[in-house]
Structures are given as C-alpha cells and as structure tokens.
Ligand binder design. Structure first.
Ligand code: MN
Length: 254
C-alpha cells in the first residue's frame, strides 16, 4: 500500500513537472489562443492537470447556425470527457517516458509508442480546443491576407477550396475531422478518423502537417440539429468560421 502510494505520488509529481500541461483555461481566452497551442506554449496548471477550456463565447452565440444545446453538450460533456480521460491516462505513465518539456504536440510526435488512451483523449482534447477557436459569432466570409492568397494559388479559388474541404468532410466515413494543413510550405486538405490529427506520428494518419483549419465531423457535433445531414452542418460551419484564427495559425506555421 505504502509503495503504491509513493509510486502514485512520484508519478503525480513527475507529471506536474514534465507533462507541463497547457494552461487550457487560457487557451481560448483570445484570438491568439490557437497560435499559442501550436507554439507549444507551456504554462503550469494546477497539479499538472489538463482542464476544460472555457468557450470564448456563450453556448447560444453561434445560433442559428450551430445550436445552443449541441454546443453545451459538445463542450461540457464530450470535451470534458476527453480532458478527464486524458488526465487519467497520464497518471498511468511515467513522466520520463514522455520526456520534457511536455506538450500535446510532443506526445503526438511519439504517439505510436504510447497507449491508445493518450491518442484518443489527447487528440480529443487538442482537436476540440482548436475547434472552439475556429468558430465565432458573426464569423464566416473569406480569409484575408497571406492565407487568402495561399488558398487561391493552391486551390484556384476560395469556392474551390470550400468545395474540396466540404468534400473531405463528407467523405470521412464514420467519426473524424476534416483538416486544412500546411505541410512543407504547401496547403493540403484531408481528414482523420476518430480523434486522430495531422500532428500524430502514425502511418494510419493520411494527412500530416500543421493545422490551419479543422471541422469536427462526429455526429455528436451536429446530430441534435441536423440529424444525419452532415452536408447541412458543413454549410452552417461556413457561417461561423473564425478566419482570424486560421490566419494566425498560417502566419506562425513552420
Ligand atoms: Mn466533437
């Protein structure tokens, strides 16, 4: 019993030191949020635990495009469950295995050697944190500046980009995410299954790179309002996209 307790305390302590844990409650407090996520910002959080970030807007702020009940359940139940289970998974891992300093990005870079609970829940936490910052009330329209130029030169037009992104969203069978990423200086569109993301070092992840834009295409993201009509949900997303977040991610992508 004593041994178990000291081991547990040791793990907790090393987790606090090496996991570093993003200050997730600070992640989404500003437009800069998603940039911080990608820049590996490490801030101490209480006990080295990840926490559910506050939404940067009210649950009903994206109405009528994304409804209040969906946002509330998606954030307070689904995302919270990923955070809770990520912390549980981290408790079982020796901090030395993860290395230091530790961020979710670093965990993803060696995810092929880590337990699947970290892949699912670390991905779930990261992807949703990013996703909330991808939307805002009165969003939509078109991106500006360098991202707009890159989208036009890569996909020929903004409309063609939207078509290809929607297509990737529709074609993802079952649950997953659609992505616009920057890889080797080039924009690419693709999708991942479950809570995988383009930062994960896994052969099964078909698109790799730095996330610029993402859309959650799990049914839990739209079923209450749109039922099985994923296409309607994708159309709604274009009305709430926060292009400033994508522009910031693009500006800092390596
Ligand atoms: Mn989701």
């Amino acid at each position: 019993m004593e041994n178990n307790n000291s081991r547990r305390n040791f793990l907790k302590k090393s987790a606090a030191i090496t996991i570093g844990a993003l200050a997730t409650n600070a992640i989404l407090n500003k437009t800069q949020a998603a940039v911080n996520l990608v820049e590996n910002e490490i801030l101490p959080v209480d006990g080295g635990k990840y926490t559910l970030p506050a939404l940067p807007y009210a649950y009903d702020a994206l109405e009528p495009h994304i409804d209040k009940l969906t946002m509330e359940i998606h954030h307070s139940k689904h995302h919270q469950a990923y955070v809770t289970n990520l912390n549980k998974a981290l408790e079982t891992i020796d901090g030395n295995v993860l290395g230091s300093p530790q961020t979710l990005e670093n965990i993803f870079s060696k995810i092929d050697k880590l337990p699947v609970a970290l892949r699912n829940n670390g991905g779930g936490h990261y992807n949703h944190s990013l996703f909330w910052a991808m939307m805002k009330p009165n969003g939509g329209g078109e991106p500006k500046g360098k991202l707009a130029d890159a989208i036009k030169s890569t996909f020929t037009s903004f409309d063609e980009f939207k078509k290809q992104f929607a297509d990737a969203s529709m074609k993802r069978f079952g649950s997953g995410w659609a992505w616009l990423v920057l890889k080797d200086g080039k924009l690419k569109i693709g999708s991942t299954a479950n809570q995988d993301n383009p930062l994960m070092n896994l052969d099964s992840v078909e698109i790799k790179g730095t996330p610029i834009l993402t859309l959650d295409v799990w049914e839990h993201a739209y079923y209450l309002k749109n039922q099985n009509r994923r296409a309607d949900y994708i159309a709604s997303f274009w009305n709430v996209v926060n292009w400033e977040t994508a522009e910031n991610l693009f500006a800092t992508a390596k």
